[in-house]
Ligand binder design. Structure first.
Ligand code: GDP
Ligand code: MG
Length: 437
């Protein structure tokens, strides 16, 4: 019967929550906080949440079955888009394909050069040559030789030569003469952006005209990563970004900021020191990572739960003060209707879904009730006790229903009000909780 149905509806309203404009704003504030925690630049995070809000409102999130889920989906899609949408492959044109590594010292250039050579050899059937252009530290040349040995890839170096441009050009000649079809040039970096380093890499870049210039950046450097990316991009107009050290507990917010600032795709990520710790960058997976680790999903859920509790508390107050009237009743019905048809609603009741699946619930179960309530005056709606026989007759006529139906509704409303009051008595809090609050 109706009171049972409403019972379930209340249950659902509490369990699945609904989102209002205020609620969306609050929730997005949490999302923004999570993004900032994940090292996303302030302005980018702000613009992002503004866009999500517009989208959420445009898509009528408020009237859908599971607004929280939809909001999360919009956030995730938007994040994915922000990071480039689809995965960007590496450009292997040119013969040989010339790939230049750039980035600060310690960002992971040498390690990634090895990983990429290994990846291209195993996955793309290429014959790569690694080139040691870090002319300042003998140890750096050594490091690349060790890497090359590990993965069975030849390393070209000229330990006595102090001219990076020279070495790079000689290496390409060597590659052409010996059947290498990819040349990966590892370069020297500094601890911070400086003019000497920039001039050197710009010269190498100009001399060898790479098919791919990659900017390697340590994802743990957070906000600094963005400034570094911008400095290198201004000089080299690079083709793609490599985000290293994502195996730690960094959230990868730098990925969002860098993409937004330099507008270049992130192509690979490094997830460890070993040579196989390389992954193609997938924006949607990164979005999952940022959302998951930033706990945005649970933030959204928590914000909703808080909101539901607040609504429930307001309703409780009304009931306690004997102010629950037909208008509230109508609001509840309309909210139930907004959430979808009755069958869907029944199906959503945790645990009850299966048992009730075959019960036929008409979609217009509330139609007559609404008609009756609409025929009541505001005074009658807020204080149903004033509805006497004379008023009942008038309401029945106005709504085109029988007097018995008006009586029945009054009775059900009465039962429901009593039940609600009961829930507020001793132990009532627990009962409310049991109902899904
Ligand atoms: P370079 O100065 O830019 O050539 O940087 P290196 O390749 O020498 O890397 C600097 C340090 O970071 C080394 O100790 C690497 O083992 C380490 N490293 C590089 N990439 C990764 C990565 O993806 N994950 C982890 N955990 N360490 C990395
Ligand atoms: Mg190095």
């Amino acid at each position: 019967n109706l009171s049972e149905k409403l019972d379930k509806a209340f249950h659902i309203l509490k369990g699945h929550g609904k989102i209002t404009e205020v609620n969306v704003a609050d929730t997005l504030k949490e999302v923004r906080r999570a993004l900032l925690d994940a090292d996303v630049n302030f302005k980018i995070a702000k613009d992002f949440t503004t866009r999500v809000k517009e989208k959420a409102m445009g898509q009528d999130v408020l009237t859908t079955l599971q607004p929280g889920q939809l909001l999360i989906k919009i956030v995730k899609d938007e994040l994915t888009e922000l990071m480039g949408g689809d995965a960007a492959g590496i450009n292997l044109s040119g013969n040989p394909t010339i790939i230049l590594m750039s980035g600060l010292q310690g960002s992971g250039k040498t390690t990634f050069s090895g990983k990429l050579a290994n990846f291209l050899k195993d996955k793309k059937n290429k014959k790569p040559l690694l080139v040691a252009c870090d002319i300042y530290r003998p140890a750096a040349i050594n490091q690349l030789h060790v890497v090359g040995e590990q993965i069975g890839v030849e390393v070209y170096s000229e330990p006595e030569n102090k001219n990076a441009v020279d070495i790079a050009q000689n290496a390409i000649k060597h590659a052409k003469a010996n059947g290498f079809n990819v040349v990966i040039v590892d370069t020297a970096g500094r601890l911070a952006v400086d003019e000497e380093m920039m001039t050197e890499i710009a010269n190498v870049h100009k001399a060898i005209t790479p098919n791919e210039t990659l900017f390697v950046v340590d994802s743990m450097t957070g906000q600094d990563a963005v400034n570094t990316a911008k400095a290198f991009n201004d000089r080299l107009n690079f083709d793609g970004v490599i985000l290293t050290k994502l195996d730690g507990d960094t959230r990868g917010g730098a990925a969002i900021s860098i993409k937004s600032v330099v507008n270049k795709p992130i192509k690979f990520i490094g997830t460890g020191e070993k040579m196989d710790a390389i992954d193609v960058f997938y924006p949607d997976r990164m979005a999952d990572r940022i959302l998951g680790m930033g706990d945005v999903v649970s933030l959204v859920e928590r914000a909703q739960a808080q909101y539901d509790e607040e609504e429930a508390r307001k309703l409780q107050k009304k009931i306690a003060k004997n102010e629950f009237g037909f208008d509230d009743f109508l609001t509840q019905i309309q909210q139930v209707k907004k959430m979808g048809n009755m069958k869907d609603l029944v199906g959503m009741i945790p645990g009850a879904g299966k048992a009730l699946k075959d019960i036929d619930v008409p979609d217009d179960a509330f139609k007559h009730i609404e008609a009756i309530i609409y025929s009541m005056t505001p005074a009658e709606r807020s204080k149903p006790s004033i509805i006497d026989v004379k008023r009942k007759n008038r309401i029945a006529k106005g709504s085109g229903r029988k007097v018995e139906e008006v009586n029945q509704l009054m009775k059900q409303f009465d039962q429901m009000s009593k039940m609600m009051k009961m829930m507020q008595g001793p132990g009532g809090k627990n009962l409310m909780k049991m109902m899904g609050g």
